[in-house]
Write a protein that binds this ligand. Sequence first.
Ligand code: FAD
Length: 262
Amino acid sequence: MNIVVCVKQVPDTTEVKINMETGTLIRAGVPSIINPYDHFALAAALELKKKHNFKVTALSMGPPQAKSVVQMAMALGADEGVLLSDMAFAGSDTWATSYALAKAIKKIGKTDMVFCGMQAIDGDTAQTGPGVAQQLGMAQITFCESVEVDGRRIIARRLIDGGHETVEAKAPVTLTMIMDREYVARYPSFPAVHGSLKKPFHVWSAADIGAEDQYLGLKGSPTQVNKIYPPAQKEKAAMFSGSGQEGARKILEIMRGEHFIE
Ligand SMILES: Cc1cc2nc3c(=O)[nH]c(=O)nc-3n(C[C@H](O)[C@H](O)[C@H](O)COP(=O)(O)OP(=O)(O)OC[C@H]3O[C@@H](n4cnc5c(N)ncnc54)[C@H](O)[C@@H]3O)c2cc1C
């Protein structure tokens, strides 16, 4: 089977700073890493490669410096890397990003499984994986913790409210991966990094993947940022003293006062 893993370069922080005037992310001066969920997705794909001898291609869309996350994925074991880099992609929302990634996956060739992270730690929308599946007309399994393959059957254990469920689908499938709590990210050795430089790596423009300009970037993005602002500060929490019963009585009073209860 052929697997494509979508890896996004993200700032090494969950405290993303926003340019209040333009409504865009401020990336300057913040070190970048591979999105942690994508690191886990890559590890899951590489595990399948080891077991079944599958081919794994790492795919990213971003500015030229996003090459480093593709290179990292190759150093960790991906066989090939693709970076979509073109000014035409700049400012893309999740729809336009999914469109471009899906176009690239079609160009990569026959793909049986697409792995994405559950979400990117900067954009946080969790929309891109399902968007890619939709653009490719593939089945999708979201919030997966682990994945097994048996012939063309993909068996995924996914996290749901209050428990887990096991879902089966026939390839081709797009999966979005959550992160196992036990997971410890692996980093490549120097020889692995060096070896990865010899692996096939491609930089593709919008024209290379046959993407139509009208569906890319800000103008191809159906979502427009209207206004961006920090959430209102919460009022300082009330402090109670006294016994548990007195505390409970006070909480009930407050809830009645706010009409949460009668
Ligand atoms: C209205 C709006 C306007 C935006 N404007 C800008 C802007 O002007 N400039 C800007 O830089 N960003 C902008 N963004 C953010 C940009 O759209 C997102 O970074 C991108 O679409 C991915 O969404 P996300 O970060 O929420 O990823 P999620 O949907 O949370 O990511 C899920 C998974 O999809 C995959 N994935 C996501 N993005 C990529 C990628 N680029 N390459 C490879 N795999 C990927 C990864 O596997 C990831 O784990 C905007 C977002 C919105 C909603």
